[in-house]
Design a protein around this ligand. Structure first.
Ligand SMILES: [Zn+2]
Length: 51
């Protein structure tokens, strides 16, 4: 499931929340995600608070 920004607060997500490094698509996943479902690029997990 690909979601667009602003509708999701990553701090409320208990599961994986990923952002594609290539196209910027944000995706939530219940399991570990390593590639972007939209473009196949590398994703990083942004669910961890960085404040
Ligand atoms: Zn992508």
């Amino acid at each position: 499931m690909v979601l667009h920004n602003a509708s999701i607060d990553p701090h409320k997500s208990t599961h994986g929340y990923y952002e594609c490094q290539a196209c910027g698509a944000r995706t939530t996943s219940d399991h570990r995600l390593e590639t972007c479902p939209a473009c196949g690029g590398d994703v990083r997990n942004i669910a961890v608070a960085r404040e």
